[in-house]
Design a protein around this ligand. Sequence first.
Ligand SMILES: Cc1cc2nc3c(=O)[nH]c(=O)nc-3n(C[C@H](O)[C@H](O)[C@H](O)COP(=O)(O)O)c2cc1C
Ligand code: SF4
Length: 373
Amino acid sequence: MKLGQPLQLGGHRLRNRVVSPPMERNYGTPDGRVADPAVSGFQPVAPSPVPFRGRTPRELTIADVEELTVAFGAAARRCAEAAVDVIEVHAAHGYLIHQFLSPRTNRRTDRYADPVRFLADVLQQVRAVAPHAAVVLRLSAFEGVPDGLDAIATLALTGRLPLHLVDALDISAGCYEAGEWIVQPGEVDRGVLAPYAAMFRVFGKPVGVAGRIVTGDTAEEILASGAADFVAVGRALHADPGWTAATLAGVLPRPCIGCNQGCIDVLHTQQPIWCLVNPGAGREASRGAGRGASPGRRRVLVAGAGVAGRASSTCVTGYGTRIHHDRTASSRSGEPTAPESPRPTPPRPPVTGCCFSRPARSSRPRPDHGRRA
Ligand SMILES: Cc1cc2nc3c(=O)[nH]c(=O)nc-3n(C[C@H](O)[C@H](O)[C@H](O)COP(=O)(O)O)c2cc1C
Ligand code: SF4
């Protein structure tokens, strides 16, 4: 099983081929998050004043950009001092570095008009202060909007980077205007981004890939095909934190069904995320949640016989617990309800030349959550 084999990343040996990609969960305290401008009073900043969701950011001055570059270095230094093994530089998903890379959002005429300049400077800073850490670069293979970077353009930009400073590439996709490519809905094929990750092998670096990798079979197929060297497993680890151990042991983990109902759809409401199939998610520290339930005689009322209710029942059985399942309380169908903010199912951009238009929302097919996962 390739999934269980170690992987050398720079000077560090990873125990297996599974990594957890960055996942904001809104578990921060009121002091621990970036505040909305409506609260903080700060105007957002960006490479160019391109409006986004009704707000126009202030264009960063050259001094601002230099300060930010140094700030990336300072963050990497703190990681090095904390003996962090792997540092991921995030140049994907429409965040700041990606905004410099994309012609949609970088309309500058100064030296940062060169789309790779800021990222190259950041990589220099990070490597200089963290020489022993493995540096991984997260990239969106394509933006997923008609005027955005396609895979060919992203490959060309990547080829202009100082890649000798990078130990691996971590391939994702999308930007905030095409969020369905960042967090792919359940209708999308498992491992959908693997062909794009394969394109980045030309740089001779270890390549990782995210995107609906929910089963060991999918992960193994991707690794065996040579499309990637490691897999970034996000929601499946949220659905079952024991995913890797179970998969490597040949046991089926509790499956992420790609519904997005408890995770990404909740994230955008600024509330702590949860999970439709993992009642313990976000409650790991409290007794009795999920698999950590204490043994003993208890009576538990599970209200609702939908996916979440059934998952809850599964989690509390086996501990001498008597379960009363109230099927009258809410959903009886066993089907998840439709997401609050449905996204259109994106068409698959061609592996070469990825400019495309997204379909109208009305063309979104009926969800097929449980059966696909
Ligand atoms: C709730 C949630 C929060 C996420 N937050 C981030 C984030 O902060 N940074 C990031 O680069 N990607 C983020 N992602 C995207 C994941 O890293 C991952 O690329 C994506 O979910 C696809 O992988 P998966 O199908 O295994 O979940 C997030 C995804 C989810 C579901
Ligand atoms: S809420 Fe749905 S998509 Fe999100 S991790 Fe749980 S099962 Fe997966």
